[in-house]
Design a protein around this ligand. Structure first.
Ligand SMILES: CC(C)(COP(=O)(O)OP(=O)(O)OC[C@H]1O[C@@H](n2cnc3c(N)ncnc32)[C@H](O)[C@@H]1OP(=O)(O)O)[C@@H](O)C(=O)NCCC(=O)NCCS
Length: 156
């Protein structure tokens, strides 16, 4: 049985989110930035918990019937087990229940894991922002992706 627990994160859970953010991203977003997402009206924050530990999160912004995935991260020792997929399916359901039908995102061209995740969820590539992200050795492109029908691929 799957005991993963999916639910919105609250501002009181900032320390948990901040700890996970630091495990997933370098440099991590600051606590002030994370708090603005947890408490801002047009932002949505969701977490996936296992045995009381926050192991994955997704942050989104919304405008009318569109959303943008700002960040998604899974704890390094929990990757490759389907947590991000489960979280994104939940995110899609939540977005649909808020009347949002389109989700957009940007991903580093070198981020194979994330790009495969999004393609499997039904996202398509819309374009490229040349040299958008800094890297240790220069710049890399951002791939712009979107899903215009948040119904899960298996339900289509
Ligand atoms: C991207 C990330 C969220 C994926 O989380 P995850 O829980 O490991 O993903 P899942 O286990 O749900 O895998 C979903 C799909 O992604 C792909 N994938 C996951 N890890 C992969 C890897 N290391 N290499 C290649 N593909 C991978 C696979 O296609 C997988 O589907 P499959 O198992 O049916 O083949 C995670 O690697 C992460 O937190 N990375 C660091 C933060 C980051 O880059 N976030 C994205 C910013 S845009």
């Amino acid at each position: 049985m799957n005991n993963n627990r999916l639910r919105p994160l609250t501002a009181a859970e900032l320390p948990r989110l901040s700890e996970l953010e630091t495990c997933c991203f370098a440099p991590p977003w600051s606590d002030a930035q994370l708090l603005s997402y947890l408490s801002g009206k047009r932002y949505l924050c969701y977490g996936i918990w296992q045995a009381g530990r926050l192991n994955g999160f997704a942050l989104l912004s919304t405008v009318l019937d569109e959303a943008e995935l700002l960040q998604i991260g899974v704890r390094p020792d929990c990757r490759g087990q389907g947590l991000a997929s489960e979280l994104m399916h939940y995110v899609h359901e939540e977005l649909q229940s808020c009347g949002v039908n389109r989700n957009m995102l940007e991903v580093r061209s070198s981020n194979d894991a994330a790009r495969k995740l999004y393609v499997r969820l039904g996202y398509q590539e819309d374009g490229i922002r040349k040299g958008y992200y800094p890297t240790d050795s220069g710049r890399e492109d951002a791939i712009l992706m979107s899903c215009n029908n948040l119904t899960l691929p298996s339900e289509r």
